[in-house]
Design a protein around this ligand. Structure first.
Ligand SMILES: Cc1cc2nc3c(=O)[nH]c(=O)nc-3n(C[C@H](O)[C@H](O)[C@H](O)COP(=O)(O)OP(=O)(O)OC[C@H]3O[C@@H](n4cnc5c(N)ncnc54)[C@H](O)[C@@H]3O)c2cc1C
Length: 451
């Protein structure tokens, strides 16, 4: 088999690349996907009468093109929501984000947080050009907010000392309030919709799976092959070995597999690239989904748990995104914990701890019946932005570009991003391959030039 463009992985990045290549006249393209369905991390699993995503997968639409494409794909199968996100700490629920909503916490905590924030305003701490995340938190939010939320929560999520993380990933994801917003949020419950992503959209039926399904439906029959894992890639010979298809020769390769997994399948690799591969670190998201025979509280979409006594860092009620994810009178919950990628996890123990944690958090009562329970881990869930990440990624991408190989998406691009951006990654990749946008590296010649 021979194609102009071979796309590895049928998640949103791979589907989007194939769709936008088609829009730009490239017909000879093939997407090979290991699982029996498209969508990857933006997929859903139905068990009994519950449908679960890989934790929460909410649509935050910021780009005009991304927004119009996604809304056109979902047509009337989408609803808009105002975020109802909370934090549970020191026995109290406060609104998310913590930095703008301390009302309800013990007075000494509120004072600590507000005073620390005001310090950052009156006596700003100069920061390096590339500060570590801990120093950045202290300089941006002050010691109180850092100690009470930023540090414990982020350590639980990243599983890495914050002084070893960079700030490259956080950008707009961690909003900084003004002094008056901090004071207002300490005195009133008025900052509910503060910050980035205060509203979101979500499919009415079918879970987030309906988005990749709609994108795949735009492709001609045969462009996507599911149940077709790529087993090996010979970068020099430009041939991939795919289970069920045999050898697939390609002109150009687009990888959307997690970069570590792709490099483990690819050969030959120079020593520098192998060394860079060894520097990549990631966390696995251990996502346990639970269905219970009682409706979800109407005022909560999800809750952050920064304290160590809870095994999860976040629990969400997906049946509040769409009532069709759970049978009537039932709630669908997702629980999230992370562990460093590649470490062994005793799943039975973690599950017992998670259920105990749900009881201690008051989310599960003795009288509740668990009607569904399913693990949906994401093996490469969060790329860890330590100091080694960016130099390693640059080395790897320089080499791949010299071979005309694109590596895109949240995991192929080895970054922190979200669904809309992933779809745009696929579009930009198609533009580069067809000469519409300058290639990342001059050696990555546009596809037309190869024909
Ligand atoms: C816990 C969590 C929560 C998130 N929440 C949100 C959210 O609320 N909103 C949002 O916008 N984004 C969210 N995201 C991000 C979103 O999931 C990603 O941006 C997007 O799904 C990434 O798509 P992708 O195509 O880059 O990768 P993937 O979806 O991982 O696609 C890669 C594909 O490659 C396939 N594959 C792997 N190995 C092989 C092989 N050997 N051969 C063939 N195929 C293979 C996989 O099965 C998969 O389908 C979240 C991510 C996580 C982890």
């Amino acid at each position: 088999m021979k194609v102009d463009v071979l796309v590895l992985g049928g998640g949103l990045a791979g589907l989007s690349a194939a769709y936008h290549l088609g829009e730009r006249g490239v017909r000879s393209r093939l997407v090979v996907e290991a699982k029996d369905r498209v969508g990857g991390t933006a997929g859903s699993v139905t068990t009994g009468r519950f449908t679960f995503d890989y934790t929460g997968h909410l649509l935050h639409l910021h780009d005009p093109y991304g927004k119009s494409l996604i809304l056109d794909l979902l047509k009337d199968n989408v609803a808009a929501h105002e975020r109802k996100a909370w934090i549970y700490s020191q026995g109290a629920f406060t609104r998310y984000p913590f930095q703008a909503n301390t009302k309800g916490l013990p007075p000494e905590t509120v004072a600590d947080c507000v005073a620390g924030f005001l310090e950052t305003v009156h006596r700003p701490t100069p920061l390096d050009r590339n500060p570590d995340f801990l120093s950045w938190c202290r300089a941006t939010f002050g010691d109180g907010i850092t100690r009470r939320f930023m540090r414990p929560y982020n350590e639980k999520l990243w599983r890495t000392p914050l002084s070893k993380l960079t700030t490259e990933w956080q950008g707009r994801f961690v909003p900084k309030p003004t002094a008056s917003e901090v004071l207002y949020g300490a005195l009133t419950d008025g900052n509910a919709l503060f910050g980035y992503n205060a509203t979101f959209r979500y499919p009415v039926r079918g879970g987030i799976q309906s988005l990749p399904d709609a994108l795949a439906d735009r492709l001609e029959p045969g462009v996507v092959r599911v149940d077709s894992p790529v087993l090996a890639v010979d970068l020099r010979e430009k041939v991939a070995s795919v289970r069920g298809l045999g050898e697939v020769r390609y002109e150009r390769l687009v990888n959307t597999l997690p970069l570590n997994a792709f490099l483990d399948l690819a050969k030959p690799l120079p020593a520098g690239v192998k060394a860079a591969r060894g520097d990549l670190r990631w966390n696995t998201v251990w996502n346990l989904n639970v269905g219970i025979d009682r409706p979800a509280p109407a005022d909560k979409h999800w809750i952050y748990y920064p304290e160590k006594r809870f095994p999860f860092y976040r629990v969400g009620y997906s049946s509040n995104f769409s009532p069709h994810l759970a049978p009537e009178g039932h709630a669908a919950l997702y629980l999230e914990a992370t562990r460093p990628g590649g470490t062994r996890v005793d799943r039975d123990k973690l599950e017992a701890d998670m259920i105990k944690g749900l009881r201690e958090a008051g989310l599960l009562r003795r009288s509740d019946e668990i009607s569904a329970k399913i693990w949906m881990p994401v093996p490469v869930g969060y790329v860890v932005y330590d100091r080694a990440r960016t130099p390693a990624v640059n080395t790897i991408f320089r080499h791949l570009a010299s071979l005309g190989v694109e590596s895109i998406g949240r995991y192929g691009g080895w970054k922190y991003s979200f669904m809309e951006e992933t779809i745009l990654d696929g579009k930009r990749c198609a533009e580069r391959l067809t000469g519409g946008e300058p290639a990342a590296e001059p050696s990555a010649a546009p596809l037309r030039a190869l024909k």
